[in-house]
Design a protein around this ligand. Sequence first.
Ligand code: HEC
Ligand code: HEC
Length: 162
Amino acid sequence: MKRILLALGLAAALVAAAQSPAPMQNPSSPGLSNNLRGAGAIDAEPKTPLMPKTVNDDKRPMRNYAMQPPIIPHQIDNYQVDRNFNKCLSCHARERIADSQAPMVSVTHFLDRNGVVKDKISTRRYFCTQCHVPQADVRPPVGSTLQDSATVEASLAKGAKK
Ligand code: HEC
Ligand code: HEC
């Protein structure tokens, strides 16, 4: 459970955030940020935080670069994805989008390893959550300075002119 919470916390930390709270100090190791664990001595069991809500607003945020796998803007709780069944494809497969009105997986999802477009989803793209992840509704405990590729290009070009 702790590991799951840590993973969730780390995932949350990746959510790009304009602002992040000032780092909490760990009394046992001054100078070390303690935001994921919360205040408290290192040998004391902290109170387990509640599981955060999944963002489920159906809104597509901007992608940070052209090849970024889009994040999943809806809940995926209990969606089965294994060798027997793929719940995601029941809406996102080419044959299903007329009914579901979900965006179809793009053509890259049909390429085999030789770059040939197949009719079936590529085995390399079968386990969707390898690349696509939902987001947790949290204040990221650690800030992110990630900028999208166009912003980086623009600031590089500006620097070159000077
Ligand atoms: C019941 C139908 C349904 C199921 C099942 C479903 N989706 Fe979706 N998905 C949608 C719809 C509809 C959208 C469009 C945005 C919205 O309404 O949430 C969407 C949007 C997305 C997007 C955003 C696409 C973009 O261009 O930004 C991704 C990624 C995605 N889904 C991945 C998944 C994955 C991975 C699974 C399985 C774990 C899954 N979906 C299961 C219906 C579904
Ligand atoms: C190996 C990584 C990977 C896997 C696995 C993967 N995708 Fe993607 N997906 C991407 C990338 C990268 C993009 C954006 C660029 C592109 O379209 O190839 C994308 C784009 C999408 C889009 C947006 C398509 C569009 O035209 O805007 C949807 C929807 C989607 N994926 C759904 C799925 C579903 C459903 C699965 C599982 C059946 C899946 N993906 C598996 C990497 C992956």
